[in-house]
Design a protein around this ligand. Structure first.
Ligand code: SF4
Length: 477
């Protein structure tokens, strides 16, 4: 199979391909890319998703592809697979990557695969490069995880992929209940189905209503204590002995990813016009949120993407022209970027996506705990937009609208993800009341499952919304 063009597009050059020939071929076989036609289809699909003329896009995609290959071959290449699954954040999981690197170097061979990135990166590659995400979802439905059972498409992909051997079953899964109950529920079922060990971190997102930015110290301590219990289990059973230095370095690296992405996000939010598609910006968003084993490469890649944005801005190249309506859209697509392109075709400048508007209180509020580890957990809770049982995402939306002088708000109900649906109706009422009845649109969409996505269905609504925002701007002038 001639996959040279595809991997070059994804930032992996001829030399890397030659060195990794056997691994690439095994990987492609595992994910059911088995003919030249499959490769041609993937190239065409990937080009409809991202702008591969951007050097930054290619470099970030290289990290994602390397992570995907590592993960898919982990059962052949490593003895013990420790997965920290979604929705873990980089500040929790980056220590795993630090530890994996250090311990394998000390041992002199790849004994452990220990990452918190695996499932998501492979989902991104399967969805946006190989167009296989929806197939995995269908496989999971055939196995009984039907839509409407309250389990999300993210975990349908995981189950479908496991059933076909695309993903290796882990030795042990650290299941993260950071802000949803669905992931641990499905994980408990799959641990039995695919015979792997599982251990749960239970992270309560139920802070008292309207107390943000002050978070509940009891909840923070609980999270911290039960995460330490998980580490105890990993140490006793699998020799996973992450040191305090590993954890601190992980947090430091996670902070660097976050800072770099927020630098790009601020640039986008304060530019009149959108120089680079939200699809390409998603790559920076997601990698900063979940981290990677390839730390330096990712930091370089993000820096390059920022340069790409600045260059386009300087040269006056925009995917949404200056003067267009500016909108905060609370949606993050993961497996299919077409919706972003459609927003851009309708002339909507998405200044932010979910999680990106960061009110000053997030960093300015003094920590309630004096223990550094707990301060890290506290910060995770203080960022808005998680499960939001404390009203934080309402404040975040108000801040975005007022601070960035936005014309509208698009709230997405990601259909089978309870936590992301939760605040949708409340945000609309709150922001309209607080922000001069600003136009708000609510849309149902799913971050992973695009089977029900029909461009026509959304085009009319997006164009009408953009028109309303333009008219309102004119009237206000
Ligand atoms: S329910 Fe939502 S937050 Fe939880 S794993 Fe699924 S998509 Fe992620």
């Amino acid at each position: 199979m001639n996959y040279n063009e595809l991997f070059n597009m994804c930032g992996l050059n001829d030399e890397w391909q030659a060195q990794n020939k056997e691994r690439i071929e095994k990987f492609l076989h595992k994910i059911y890319i088995r003919s030249d036609k499959d490769i041609e289809d993937s190239v065409a699909w990937a080009k409809s998703q991202f702008d591969f003329t951007l050097q930054g896009t290619r470099q970030i995609m290289a990290v994602i592809m390397k992570e995907s290959i590592d993960y898919s071959l982990a059962d052949e290449e490593c003895e013990i697979i420790i997965n920290y699954t979604r929705p873990a954040m980089a500040s929790l999981s980056q220590g795993f990557h630090v530890w994996e690197k250090r311990i394998n170097e000390e041992l002199g061979y790849k004994k452990y695969y220990a990452r918190g990135t695996s499932i998501v990166y492979l989902m991104i590659a399967l969805g946006t490069i190989f167009n296989k995400a929806n197939w995995c979802i269908e496989l999971a439905e055939d196995m009984g995880q039907t839509a409407g059972k309250g389990h999300c498409s993210e975990y349908q992909i995981w189950e479908g992929g496991l059933s076909k051997g695309m993903f290796p079953p882990p030795t042990v899964e650290v299941s993260c209940g950071l802000f949803c109950d669905q992931a641990p529920e499905v994980e408990a079922m799959m641990a039995e189905e695919f015979s792997y060990d599982i251990v749960f971190t239970d992270l309560p997102e139920d802070h008292p209503w309207d107390t943000w930015p002050n978070m509940d110290l009891e909840a923070i301590k609980y999270l911290s204590a039960n995460t330490e219990l998980v580490y105890d289990h990993l140490r006793e059973k699998y020799g996973f002995t992450m040191s305090e230095e590993d954890k601190s370095q992980g947090v430091m690296e996670a902070n660097k990813f976050t800072n770099r992405h927020f630098g790009i996000a601020e640039l986008i939010a304060t530019t009149d016009g959108l120089p680079v598609s939200r699809a390409d910006l998603f790559l920076s968003f997601i990698t900063s949120a979940i981290g990677t084993y390839y730390t330096e490469e990712l930091l370089e890649a993000m820096k390059q993407l920022e340069k790409d944005v600045r260059k386009r801005k300087r040269e006056g190249i925009f995917v949404v022209p200056p003067g267009s309506p500016r909108v905060y859209g609370t949606f993050v697509a993961v497996s299919d970027m077409r919706f972003y392109h459609q927003c851009e075709e309708a002339g909507l400048h998405l200044t932010h996506v979910w999680f990106e508007p960061v009110p000053p209180e997030v960093f300015n509020t003094p920590p309630a705990s004096d223990i550094p580890r707990e301060q890290g957990y506290e910060m995770i809770f203080r960022f808005q937009g998680l499960g939001d049982l404390c009203g934080s995402s309402l404040k975040q939306a108000k801040y975005a609208v007022e601070h960035y002088k936005l014309d509208g708000l698009m709230i997405f109900e990601t259909m089978f993800c309870r936590p992301l649906c939760l605040p949708a109706a409340m945000i609309k009422d709150y922001v309209q009341k607080e922000c001069d009845n600003i136009p708000v649109m609510r849309l149902e969409l799913d971050a992973y499952d695009s089977r029900n996505y029909t461009p026509e269905q959304y085009r009319t609504r997006l164009e009408s919304f953009a028109e309303v925002l333009r008219m309102r701007r004119v009237m206000n002038e």
